[in-house]
Design a protein around this ligand. Structure first.
Ligand SMILES: Cc1cc2nc3c(=O)[nH]c(=O)nc-3n(C[C@H](O)[C@H](O)[C@H](O)COP(=O)(O)OP(=O)(O)OC[C@H]3O[C@@H](n4cnc5c(N)ncnc54)[C@H](O)[C@@H]3O)c2cc1C
Length: 490
């Protein structure tokens, strides 16, 4: 949905093929959004819709060690507790406002690609012709398999049942870690007070319980859940009336390539891992924001197809890092054992120190992502901070400039000093002033730039030092050749 929204903003004809018949999601799944995801939603002007329905809190954690990021230089130095079904509903509301075709109750069964496009086969016997196909179809992605893209990684070492149920006997709410693994009871409805989760007094329960063995492939039943609870708690608390029973594991895999010709992958289709640290949905949303504008430019012919290769180059390492940190967290959260406890305490102690807290907090919130755009100013390849600029028309937030998902050049030097006329049809230019500090997570204050060229995903593509050196190259690399060259080529 995020990708569909991004493509529609760039005025690309886009269709979503969705197996589900409606927006309802059985089960809550992911528990919320991290700081950088809230920022990218803010870049599109829709963060408030999510903030209005969720609960802001310091949710960042590594192996259950809370990492406070409230001192980070971001307008959103926190996470947002909001169940995935609400996240999807709000996102769908935004997509509904854009020109996006959604074919619900329809499954992609395969595809065939040639030099000019992709024929997408649908379950109702029809086929769709598209210039590009992006598999956002989850961990078991049909698109990834049909594209023949390898999905190397590691089989599960642990497996948990997760469910939403009613009980006859009230269990103690909270997390429990023992020789069998990590388990938890909570209520779907909760409030965050003084940074602590306070569950409502009544209502359906959300239960998570580690299974004795990983590897079961059958659909989990109420009986499986009951047996797993008895094995851990000695009782199943009289569970009944489940609205959702599911299983998750720490299977860890990543697509070897995010692109095969005209077929690309994003989200869980490209990477799966344990939910530790709650990074899956967040990584997928950010994949979409990296890919959307690039794909739009290639479809419209403003950029060569090679721009799409930067999607893999930039996003594959980000998810590889998520895979590594979730594997490390799973190892630390294994069933209790005195030596592992000692290791966990040692890691906790380290994470309590300033520098590790900042580094891990920035990694897990994705605020530290640095795409490799070469050497230069520390802003290059990093997310632009959402500063309060002063312009001839009044105050202006940097993120407001990104609402339409268009690139923007902010000229902080002498007005009119930089000329980007040959890209004026694609890149917005703003003369502005900013007197405050330029501060980045972990790095702290960095030298104030004279100008910044910002990609639609909010990452800095060029930093000016008072001259225009390198600007034309950066504009061509990221937003296509100058207009005169394009007209000549056409
Ligand atoms: C217990 C649990 C807790 C989690 N907690 C968090 C968390 O706190 N934070 C976080 O960021 N992530 C979390 N995650 C991970 C998160 O749920 C996933 O990463 C996220 O849903 C992935 O989104 P996606 O759009 O890539 O794939 P999916 O959500 O799997 O969506 C894929 C969509 O494609 C459709 N589809 C599939 N195949 C086809 C087909 N052939 N044709 C048409 N449609 C198809 C499906 O119906 C579905 O709507 C958690 C996951 C679990 C299981």
């Amino acid at each position: 949905m995020m990708l569909a929204g991004e493509l529609a903003l760039a005025r690309v004809d886009v269709a979503v093929v969705e197996r589900r018949v409606d927006q309802d999601l059985p089960g809550a799944r992911a528990g919320g959004l991290h700081s950088r995801t809230i920022e990218v939603l803010d870049q599109r002007g829709i963060a408030d819709r999510f903030l209005a329905e969720g609960q802001v809190a310091q949710v960042q954690g590594f192996a259950q060690r809370r990492l406070d990021i409230s001192d980070f230089p971001s307008r959103h130095p926190y996470g947002l507790g909001l169940w995935q079904n609400h996240i999807e509903r709000i996102l769908a509301g935004w997509v509904d406002e854009l020109p996006v075709t959604i074919l619900r109750g329809t499954e992609v069964t395969g595809f065939a690609q040639d030099d000019t496009g992709v024929d997408v086969e649908l379950s109702d016997g029809r086929s769709l012709r598209a210039q590009y196909l992006v598999g956002c179809d989850g961990g078991r992605s049909v698109v990834r398999k049909a594209a023949g893209i390898d999905f190397p990684g590691w089989d599960p070492s642990t497996s948990s049942l997760i469910a939403e149920v009613e009980v006859a006997e009230e269990p103690e709410l909270g997390t429990r870690r023992d020789e069998k693994g990590l388990h938890a009871f909570g209520r779907l409805e909760y409030e965050i007070r003084d940074g602590e989760v306070v569950f409502k007094d009544s209502g359906p329960l959300r239960v998570m319980v580690t299974e004795a063995r990983p590897g079961s492939r059958s659909e989990p039943t109420l009986r499986d859940l009951s047996e797993a609870l008895v094995a851990v708690y000695g009782t199943d608390y009289g569970i009944h009336s489940p609205t959702w029973i599911s299983r998750f594991t720490d299977m860890t895999r990543q697509a070897a390539s995010y692109r095969e010709g005209r077929v690309l992958l994003a989200g869980d289709a490209a990477h799966v891992h344990s939910p530790a640290g709650g990074q899956g949905l967040n990584t997928g949303v950010q994949d979409a924001v990296n890919l959307g504008w690039k794909l739009a430019q290639v479809v419209k012919g403003t950029s060569p197809e090679s721009l799409l290769d930067t999607y893999h180059a930039e996003r594959h390492p980000v998810a590889a890092r998520v895979l590594r940190n979730t594997m490390a967290q799973t190892a630390l959260m294994r069933p209790t054992d005195p030596r592992l406890e000692a290791l966990l305490e040692t890691v906790s102690e380290l994470l309590g120190m300033e520098e590790p807290r900042k580094r891990f907090g920035a990694m897990l919130s994705a605020l530290d992502i640095h795409y490799d755009l070469g050497d230069g100013h520390p802003l290059l390849g990093r997310r632009v901070p959402d500063l309060d600029l002063v312009t001839a028309d009044g105050p202006l937030r940097v993120f407001t400039l990104l609402h339409d998902a268009r690139p923007v050049l902010i000229d902080l030097g002498e007005p009119g000093g930089l000329d980007i006329a040959p890209w004026a049809d694609r890149v917005e230019k703003i003369d502005a002033a900013y007197d405050g500090a330029w501060e980045l997570p972990v790095l702290g204050e960095v030298p104030a730039p004279a100008a910044v060229l910002i990609r639609p995903d909010g990452h800095v593509a060029w930093v000016g030092d008072g001259t225009d050196e390198g600007l034309a190259d950066a504009l061509t690399t990221w937003f296509g050749p100058p207009a005169a060259t394009q007209r000549a080529a056409a």
